[in-house]
Write a protein that binds this ligand. Structure first.
Ligand code: FES
Length: 168
């Protein structure tokens, strides 16, 4: 009989068992478990956390504490392409917020962290990526685009939607 915290589909349970096997003898290694969960599912699934919590007898709050502490972890599904607009000081002064608005408009998204329905794009805001000399900047995955304007942002997003430079 299943108990609370173990209620995941059989296929998911098999994946989680595989991760657990790697870290069972190192049950304090919450970060590695979470990294593997995110690698497999693309984000930190709550049911997966509850499953590990039960199996390892570690409160789920400890897992979520780690998730919220480290920026690398995400609690919501993300798109294949992450479009990040820098809103650090230099970029902000040079119109970063207008660029962010344009990205949202082009992707039909309302706020930071949202993902398009087709799961191709997620819009995020970042704070200074160390490219202030070419502010304002937009990142698509790890590629940096500098000296952006509302127009060039619009063109960039249109190109990405057509597939140029974006993960399909
Ligand atoms: S503030 Fe945007 S790169 Fe530094």
């Amino acid at each position: 009989m299943k108990t609370e915290g173990e209620t995941v589909a059989a296929e998911t349970a098999a994946i989680l068992e595989g991760i657990l096997k790697r870290y069972r003898d190192d049950d304090g290694n919450i970060i590695s478990i979470l990294q593997d969960v995110q690698d497999v599912f693309g984000y930190i699934r709550e049911d997966a956390v509850n499953w590990f919590s039960k199996k390892l007898d570690i409160p789920a709050s400890r897992f979520f504490g780690v998730v919220t502490f480290y920026a690398q972890f995400h609690l919501r599904p993300r798109g294949k392409n992450i479009v990040s607009v820098c809103c650090g000081t230099a970029c902000h002064v040079k119109g970063g917020s207008k660029i962010a608005e344009q990205v949202k408009k082009e992707l039909h998204l309302n706020s930071e962290g949202e993902t398009t329905n087709d799961k191709r794009f997620t819009f995020e805001v970042v704070r200074c990526v160390g490219a202030c000399s070419i502010a304002p900047v937009v990142l698509v995955n790890s590629k940096v685009y500098g000296d952006m304007t509302v127009d060039s942002t619009s063109k960039l997003i249109k190109k990405l939607k057509e597939g140029a430079g974006a993960k399909k």
